[in-house]
Ligand binder design. Structure first.
Ligand code: FRU
Length: 483
């Protein structure tokens, strides 16, 4: 059964499809004891094609059970990205109050040959399930939002809006956000738009999300808008930007001037958050890939994985709002805690481990002036903190030549806003990924890597001759969820 998960580069504790192609997470919703994860899926190939919604469920966001495909393309088109809600009051009439329906809202993308022109390219449809996601019926009145004349018009994120007592849906129309509302998920009216002149516009806007967070350590509430863009990411290709602002139930506004990214690494795209989360937390999952090279990564039977599920929090640092994302606590149950060490006044230290590509490295330090080098001369991944930025060089990390854009440059992020006092460095490596969280997710780099052999050594060294103090230093094994 699980022999499958011994394949080269198969993630051991990140979600990946059993086989074939996967892109965006879709329909993230908690219902009746389970977290649903639907995803963009093409079951006939390991590259993108006619889109379906694949499906998996989990009780804890760590151990996933694969389910049959939930939504198949039909005469209205492929099934593109979207979201799902629990219709608790049965506003749709698809179920009953005793057995409320799970309702998915998605984009229909018409096949090229059946298009009359750009104006009937993309529209929005809904489907419902009365057995907690096992089987789905599409609504016979689809599309519920016909095309509005835009070529790119997609990725509905629907949620129950407490301010208006209605359903709200976010859509993207090329270079901006559109907000609609409805009483029954079937009849929709546009109420506002946002963003034509704000934020990053290096590529088309995709996969919106909008939610409220309380600023940590205060009573201040702000709304956070996510917009994925491709291309135009800070390190090339795909990336997700965020805006912090206010939402009156109909209109989102933000006076944020600078561009902000959920993750500055190359491999976190189209991420969105859970609806109906039982602990009232904001839990995020992203597609751990990049459209630049995503269809060419060197895996054989499947392609792509999701990021670790991450909890989102909002912080105010020197008058600026920052979003932090950090792995959910549930990950701790597969982490085998080893010993804790102190390394004081060192300039270089080499660590050995049976397999760094199933591990976490964690320590606290006050300096931003060191390098981590995983692996040996043949295969090595370098992460440098040079006081001003973090620089990730994966050009020698293993297989890199499957696409020229994978390792053509180093990936960087500004770290000047990190504290000058102690902060945590946490690095989590799986078979084909590295996720780095600085100061509990204030700066994050998520990157795919394809080492020819698992890394066995880690060298940590000072980059400027200054002595390093590494406190509470741990190297912990992360167990496979398939063992
Ligand atoms: C983002 C995206 C979405 C679209 C889907 C198609 O990666 O381009 O905008 O709905 O992928 O698979």
């Amino acid at each position: 059964e699980t022999a499958f998960y011994k394949e080269k580069y198969r993630p051991q504790f990140h979600f990946s499809p059993k086989e074939k192609w996967m892109n965006d997470p879709n329909g993230l919703v908690y219902n009746d004891g389970v977290y649903h994860l639907f995803y963009q899926h093409y079951p006939d190939s390991t590259v993108w094609g006619p889109m379906h919604w694949g499906h998996a469920v989990s009780k804890d966001l760590i151990f996933w059970e694969h389910k049959p495909i939930a939504l198949f393309p039909d005469e209205l088109g492929y099934i593109f990205s979207g979201s799902a809600v629990v219709d608790k009051n049965n506003t749709t009439g698809f179920g009953t109050k005793e057995n409320p329906p799970l309702v998915a809202m998605f984009t229909y993308h018409k096949m090229e040959k059946e298009r009359a022109g750009d104006t009937d390219y993309q529209s929005q449809g809904i489907a419902y399930s009365l057995d907690n996601g096992d089987t789905w019926e599409k609504y016979e009145g689809n599309p519920v939002i016909p095309n509005n004349g835009m070529k790119d018009f997609r990725d509905p994120k629907v949620f129950w809006n407490d301010i208006t007592g209605k359903w709200t849906v976010l859509l993207v129309g090329g270079d901006h956000l559109l907000i609609y509302e409805s009483d029954n998920l079937k009849n929709w009216k546009q109420v506002s738009e946002f963003g034509k002149n704000q934020g990053a516009h290096g590529g088309v806007w995709e996969c919106p999300d909008l939610f409220k967070l309380t600023v940590e350590g205060s009573d201040e509430e702000k709304w956070v808008l996510f917009i994925s863009i491709n291309p135009g990411g800070p390190n090339g290709g795909s990336a997700t930007q965020y805006f912090v602002g206010d939402f009156d139930g109909k209109t989102f506004i933000s006076d944020q001037k600078e561009k902000r990214w959920v993750d500055t690494g190359a491999d976190n795209y189209a991420g969105v958050t859970y609806n109906n989360e039982p602990n009232a937390e904001r839990i995020f999952i992203g597609w751990m890939n990049n459209w630049n090279y995503g269809q060419k990564t060197p895996t054989v039977t499947w392609r792509s994985a999701m990021t670790l599920p991450r909890k989102l929090t909002l912080h105010k640092i020197d008058g600026n709002y920052y979003l932090k994302s950090y792995p959910v606590d549930e990950i701790e149950k597969i982490i085998e805690k080893g010993k804790t060490d102190e390394y004081v006044g060192i300039t270089e230290k080499v660590f050995h481990h049976e397999n760094f590509n199933s591990s976490e490295i964690k320590f606290n330090t006050a300096g931003k002036n060191f390098e981590l080098i995983f692996g040996n001369e043949k295969d090595s991944l370098s992460v440098v903190l040079n006081n001003k930025s973090i620089v990730v060089d994966r050009s020698k990390s293993g297989l890199v030549n499957f696409d020229s854009s994978f390792a053509d440059k180093v990936h960087t992020a500004n770290i000047e806003a990190l504290p000058d006092t102690q902060f945590e460095v946490r690095v989590i490596l799986d078979a084909a990924s590295v996720e780095m969280f600085l100061n509990k997710g204030q700066v994050i780099m998520t990157e795919q890597i394809f080492p020819t052999k698992p890394y066995h050594t880690l060298k940590i060294r000072s980059v400027d001759g200054q002595k390093l103090n590494l406190h509470d230093f741990q190297i912990n094994k992360i167990k496979s969820v398939w063992e």
